[in-house]
Design a binder for this molecule. Structure first.
Ligand code: ME8
Length: 515
């Protein structure tokens, strides 16, 4: 019988802040969903949780989009930020904060970090001459350019301008030592190896300001320079915790206990530049960066610039946010790449949600409603050593493994355990044959005990699945007369007696007509 300690360690989950140069697509929804699932589970444990997402509003890419629409940059980002915020809502994600890099608090934080780096002697003025890809917002050296393009395929332009440099070259040894000691600081393992190879190959100083661009945060000590957009953007992870006020509760509780969830496209920024900035500023590097894979369409990375994106709003409208949340995390293991299609989503909806989970709920609840709702209302928790103990205690026993999955960012593993258990219990009902016990008086108590135990399992599944399927599991909990709100004390509800008194008429929880 497992109960976790009441106050565990803090989890600070972040998503990248997304560029607002275009409307969001499934890729953006993906990372936000993953962060939300981790945060919801940590809150369910009752442990300190902070989950943040937001938007990256500066830089050449965003400035170009505003210009092409003939709108002033600020007005453009104001509109786009609304759309990204509405995606968070549509996904039913509940971040503790949503950051926009044009906010005053962020200007303050980015400038404070800059000053600290400058005061500590990590920044110098020079001239950059080399390649820049606006699409990647990245500088490339001559030897990285292939057929006149960036390694990502993005077009590049030649840039020659005065700018500030961060002495990244000085951090090679420290970074290597840090990662050798902290082999879990980057996951999955391939990304850890990739980062180490990159650092070992030698680090060049990094240009961190621009003079040919004005849409950005001003360098506090030099008029005419704006910060390189990545220098500005990475700081968001500190802004939301109250930086530069490092004495704030949030900062003290959550830094450096972060899991930065990112796509593998932006690994280097998070595992090389970011920890180097932080160490140089005298702060601890993030505890973990998890780089997930890419959703592709017919083998090609889905991206706005390739024009092959899927619209998350349309999919949510057709299948519901829960179906999308489930599908994206179940279809491929978090960390790997995968091809996405609407057909696969529909198939997953039917097979896993409607015909397995939905069917289990419907089988149990409709049976009780139809044949024995009056007797069931009176029934009590079966003795703990009953034949069905495995069903009654399943939730509590599953908890340590589920916690392990979330700690490892193994969101697939989390869902897979729940789904496999649902399948097993569906098979068990077929063996238990409740319909054969109807109207046989000597079997009545055995039947009620079995149904009660099945309902305990169903309630616990609903509680644990609610981190992935918040809306449908609310519906299920309501049908079982349970509090639908999941709060920090909800963990205590696993394995607890049911409230059998007031059950409304059961209805299918997965129904495409009623999304
Ligand atoms: O890089 N598959 O913003 P961005 C999976 N502003 N995930 C995908 C994806 C795909 N095909 N496409 C995008 C930026 N993503 C910067 C980040 S952070 C300080 C600054 C997700 O709008 C994935 O998380 O290009 C990826 O890292 C992110 O969106 C890139 O979003």
């Amino acid at each position: 019988d497992v109960y976790l300690p009441r106050r565990g360690y803090p989890l600070y989950v972040t998503t990248p802040i997304y560029y607002v140069n275009d409307v969001p697509h499934i890729g953006h929804a993906y990372t936000t969903i993953a962060g939300d699932v981790m945060a919801r589970f940590w809150r369910f444990l009752g442990w300190p949780t902070y989950f943040v997402t937001g938007v990256d509003e500066h830089g050449g890419k965003v400035a170009q989009s505003a210009k092409s629409k003939n709108v002033p940059a600020q007005a453009y980002v104001d509109d786009m930020a609304k759309i990204f915020r509405s995606l968070v809502q549509a996904l039913n994600a509940v971040p503790d904060d949503f950051i926009r890099t044009t906010e005053f608090r962020h200007h303050q934080a980015a400038q404070a970090l800059w000053k600290t780096l400058e005061d500590r002697g990590h920044i110098y003025l020079g001239t950059y001459s080399g390649w820049y890809a606006v699409r990647d917002e990245a500088f490339y050296s001559e030897d990285e350019i292939q057929d006149g393009k960036a390694p990502s395929g993005a077009p590049v332009e030649w840039v020659e301008e005065p700018c500030y440099f961060f002495k990244l070259s000085a951090w090679q040894k420290e970074l290597l030592a840090y990662y050798q000691e902290n082999s879990h600081a980057i996951r999955p393992k391939e990304r850890y190896n990739e980062t180490l190879r990159f650092i070992e190959s030698g680090l060049k100083d990094l240009a961190i300001s621009r003079t040919k661009l004005s849409w950005g945060i001003s360098v506090p000590t030099h008029v005419g320079h704006v910060m390189y957009v990545w220098m500005d953007a990475l700081t968001n992870y500190l802004t939301v915790l109250g930086y530069p006020d490092v004495e704030q509760d949030n900062f003290k509780t959550f830094w450096p206990h972060s899991v930065h969830l990112v796509g593998k496209d932006i690994l280097r920024f998070h595992t090389v530049y970011w920890p180097a900035f932080l160490m140089a500023a005298g702060l601890k590097p993030p505890e973990r960066v998890f780089a997930h894979g890419w959703w592709t369409r017919e083998g090609k990375k889905m991206s706005k610039s390739l024009g092959n994106v899927l619209d998350p709003f349309a999919l949510i409208q057709r299948y519901g946010a829960d179906a999308l949340r489930y599908f994206l995390l179940k279809d491929i293991r978090f960390g790997q790449d995968g091809d996405i299609s609407e057909d696969a989503l529909l198939q997953c909806y039917n097979q896993d949600l409607k015909n397995t989970l939905g069917n289990l709920a419907q089988r149990i609840l409709a049976f009780i409603d139809r044949y024995c709702s009056n007797d069931f209302k009176e029934s009590k928790s079966p003795p703990i050593d009953s034949e069905h103990e495995a069903l009654q205690t399943w939730g509590r026993r599953a908890l340590p493994y589920l916690k392990f999955c979330i700690e490892q960012e193994d969101l697939y593993g989390y869902i897979d355990l729940l789904q496999t258990s649902v399948q097993q219990v569906n098979a068990y009902i077929t063996k238990f044959e409740p319909w054969k016990m109807l109207n046989i008086p000597e079997k009545a108590s055995h039947l009620l005990e079995g149904l009660y135990s099945l309902c305990m399992f169903l309630r616990d599944i609903a509680l644990l699945f609610s981190v992935v399927l918040p809306k449908t599991m609310e519906k299920l909990l309501q049908q079982m007369g349970e509090e639908k709100e999941i709060s920090s004390g909800s963990i205590q509800r696993l394995g607890s007696p049911l409230s059998t008194a007031l059950w409304p008429k059961p209805e299918p929880i997965f129904d495409l007509e009623n999304v």
